[in-house]
Design a binder for this molecule. Structure first.
Ligand SMILES: Cc1cc2nc3c(=O)[nH]c(=O)nc-3n(C[C@H](O)[C@H](O)[C@H](O)COP(=O)(O)O)c2cc1C
Length: 324
């Protein structure tokens, strides 16, 4: 399948694995790229630029296909060493960066100077237009159903994607709620040029995540995510668990008075405990509503090939058949 995204990124299938804290290590990114998609190493999971450089080198040793690095620009007090992380990307020969969080404008000249293609992930048409205006090559449009940070507008992909198609010149990728060939064909119909998946890729053999978490994803339904941190205007969609229940209870009790310090116990330092140690209730961790469509733990290659085969069957057989 050829789309503007496969052409732009030099990949075989229009399937991207979004950056995921403590999931997007070299093993998963290389597996996705080797399967013909775009694998993305998550920059900030590596505590220093030196560690990111090592992780990129590890990924490069596992695949000779294009890979990307996610740089999440966080609205936090102690700013990470972004110039250092970008240096690791450049020196590691990585040519694709997925940016997320704050507007990447400040970093665009540096990224562009080194011929890096920038995909900015955002949750609204206005932010997508801004990304286009500052020279991003593509955007990932993250709908309300997505795992992680859906923003504060609450527009689901059935509206957000066609709205993006109405406004954007640059190609865009549908993100949030994508799981299978049906998602891919629907995303293409709505104007996207490919799909970005987070939650679906956690439940794969190669994801370096504790088996207990993969099993929890298989067992959860589409009713099992919750939105947390909304009162702090930092909404996150997470898998419901004991810590999330505690967090929501605090949000209810403290109302407008809530501060980040009140919830730190449920959110800080949670990811290694969840993803690596398999402590399901250690805290709030991102998970999309798409969890209701995940029923198995295939290899990444099986997953990608299944998506492409399902999409092809839909496009070649089911859809033309409707026209009689
Ligand atoms: C466990 C987890 C961690 C994530 N961490 C990040 C991150 O560090 N940076 C980022 O830009 N997006 C992050 N995301 C968002 C994904 O890249 C992707 O946009 C999102 O998962 C898409 O929605 P889906 O889960 O419905 O596929 C994370 C998502 C999950 C599920």
């Amino acid at each position: 399948m050829k789309t503007r995204i496969t052409e732009l990124l030099g990949i075989e299938h229009p399937i991207v694995q979004g950056g995921m804290h403590y999931v997007g290590f070299a093993e998963l990114a290389a597996a996705v790229s080797n399967a013909g998609g775009l694998g993305i190493v998550t920059g900030l999971t590596q505590r220093t630029p030196e560690l990111l450089a090592q992780e990129i080198a590890r990924c490069r040793a596992m695949t000779d296909r294009p890979i990307g690095v996610n740089l999440t620009f966080l609205p936090i007090v102690s700013t990470p060493d972004y110039p250092g992380y970008i240096r690791a990307v450049v020196e590691g020969g990585v040519k694709i960066v997925e940016t997320a969080g704050n507007n990447p404008q400040k970093w665009m000249p540096l990224l562009k100077e080194h011929g890096i293609k920038v995909i900015h992930k955002c949750t609204s048409v206005r932010h997508a237009l801004k990304a286009q205006a500052i020279g991003c090559d593509a955007v990932s449009v993250d709908g309300f159903e997505c795992g992680g940070h859906p923003g504060e507008d609450d527009v689901p992909n059935f509206i957000l994607l066609p709205r993006a198609a109405e406004e954007l010149r640059i190609p865009f990728i549908a993100s949030g709620g994508m799981a299978d060939g049906r998602s891919l064909v629907a995303a293409l119909a709505l104007g996207a040029e490919g799909i970005n998946m987070g939650t679906r890729f956690i439940a794969t053999q190669e994801a370096p995540v504790h088996p207990r978490i993969k099993q929890a994803i298989v067992e959860a339904s589409e009713l099992d995510t919750r939105l947390v941190l909304r009162p702090l205007r930092n909404t996150e969609r997470v898998l419901n668990n004991a810590a999330v229940q505690r967090l929501l209870e605090k949000e209810k009790r403290l109302g407008d008075q809530i501060r980040f310090e009140d919830v730190i116990q449920e959110v800080a330092g949670v990811y290694p405990r969840v993803m690596q140690d398999g402590e399901l209730d250690a805290g709030a961790f991102s998970c999309g509503m798409v969890v209701g469509l995940i029923h198995d733990i295939p290899t990444v290659r099986e997953l990608v090939e299944r998506i492409m085969a399902e999409a092809e069957a839909l496009i070649r057989r089911r859809l033309p058949g409707l026209l009689g």
